[in-house]
Design a protein around this ligand. Sequence first.
Ligand code: 3PG
Length: 213
Amino acid sequence: MAVNTPLTSLDVMRDAPVIPVIVLHDVAHAVPLARALLAGGIRMLEVTLRTPQALACMEAIARDVPDAVVGAGTMRSAADVQASAMAGARFGVSPGYTSKVGQACRDAGLPLLPGVATGSEIMMAQEDGLTELKFFPAMQAGGLAMLKAWQGPFGETTFCPTGGITSANAPEFLALSNVACVGGSWIVPNDAIASGDWGRIETLARAASQLAR
Ligand code: 3PG
């Protein structure tokens, strides 16, 4: 996949086994963090809209780390989608799903991984044409057993479990036929970002990028 072509949700999910869930409080951390993740083999980067600096961080990564693909996480409204697209986000991730967020992503040309935790939510996303979904919060909402239960009725759906995933349990999730990747914050620890320990983050990313699927 060329990094500058329009992406599909499957492109985002299949690029690496792990999508890092990133929280940035300082714009100065954005570029070195993205470079460390890229050096470790992870280029799909979810920057969450949880801090006032998030949009500026996306802009910095999109501008200065062209081999990375920055996405926006924690998108909860059409306004979030529009602001993220303006900041250079190439994909979106949301903790839940609404048709308004789905429509805003279609309008902005952003593939969306919407969060679902129930069969009804999967069906609502499917009604809007979405079959690549984030299972959130994965561990709290049923974990492996829930994903296995969904293989029957929702066999065409592919998931990115996120929430409570670690280096220890990621392999079990990645072994499921309806899981394309997992999301997680374990490869971008807050203390490593705060102290600028980019070498540690590169090491964590490299281990994550080599997980079997
Ligand atoms: C989140 O909402 O922060 C993500 O789901 C990441 O969860 P995690 O910190 O458990 O990986």
